[in-house]
Design a protein around this ligand. Structure first.
Ligand code: GLP
Length: 247
């Protein structure tokens, strides 16, 4: 894993946007895997700036989001679909037909998981996957478990994740208990992976991902096996890592 430590959230976001922009400039029809949560918001802001001021062109880009809450759709403010529209899709020239987020309102959730996994394959697979990380080292919504999920699947969210994500909802009781998430296998198939983490509360998860045993108890630890995985951190998220592991 390559580990790059930046001075601040803003610097981390700028570096992340540069990596995505470079990918789009070199391969305009690239397939991106995108993430939600507060971590990538600054990166999206910078990508919008690059689109407006430097002409970064999203018209041929295809995107697949990592996950969505079961029961929420684009009309729900807290859905990841709505998040992506607000923070990126509606502010750049991406073709809406090329953006994909799992359908949390599908009647047949298992069928939706299979359809989503297939759609990624039909698009040629993901070239560059962006990830955040949960405090328990979850990626996407792949929670600590006794096995690594291979494919897009339905997940029961852990209490700790429900609590952490309740800050986006009016009440904790409103947080959906289930989600659709790309599997660890889906994520590992991406050609390149870029994981972002900032803040002291992510330091232990980052440590476990980088230096811990590879175990489904710490889902992000599987990234140690990926040949092209990069961690882009701020100083606080990197604070438990020994100096020698940083670039
Ligand atoms: C959610 C998302 C993850 C995200 C994580 C961390 O659970 N499903 O994709 O990485 O939260 O979120 P944040 O960036 O807000 O800390």
């Amino acid at each position: 894993m390559r580990i790059l430590v930046t001075d601040s959230y803003e610097a981390m976001s700028r570096e992340a946007a540069k990596i995505l922009a470079g990918q789009i400039w070199l391969w305009p029809d690239t397939v991106l895997g995108l993430a939600t949560g507060s971590t990538p918001v600054g990166m999206y802001r910078e990508l919008i700036r690059l689109h407006r001021e430097e002409g970064l062109d999203f018209s041929q880009v295809t995107s697949f989001n990592l996950d969505e809450y079961v029961g929420l759709g684009p009309e729900d403010d807290q859905s990841y679909q709505a998040f992506m529209h607000a923070h990126l899709f509606d502010q750049v020239n991406i073709d809406p037909a090329r953006t994909h987020v799992p359908n949390g309102k599908a009647e047949d959730i298992e069928g939706e998981c299979d359809r989503y996994e297939k759609a990624i394959g039909e698009a040629g697979g993901i070239d560059l996957q962006v990830l955040g990380i949960g405090r328990n080292a979850h990626i996407g919504f792949n929670e600590p478990d006794d096995h690594f999920a291979r494919q897009t699947h339905r997940v029961a969210l852990k209490e700790s994740t429900i609590r952490a994500n309740s800050r986006f909802f009016e009440r904790e009781a409103d947080v959906p208990r289930y989600a659709i998430s790309m599997g660890i296998g889906t994520i590992l198939k991406a050609r390149r992976i870029l994981l972002l983490a900032n803040g002291r509360e992510k330091a232990q998860a980052v440590y476990d991902a980088v230096l811990g045993d590879i175990t489904p108890e710490h889902p992000a630890s599987i990234l140690q096996f990926h040949p092209q995985a990069m961690l882009l951190l701020d100083r606080e998220a990197a604070s438990l890592l020994p100096e020698r592991s940083k670039v």
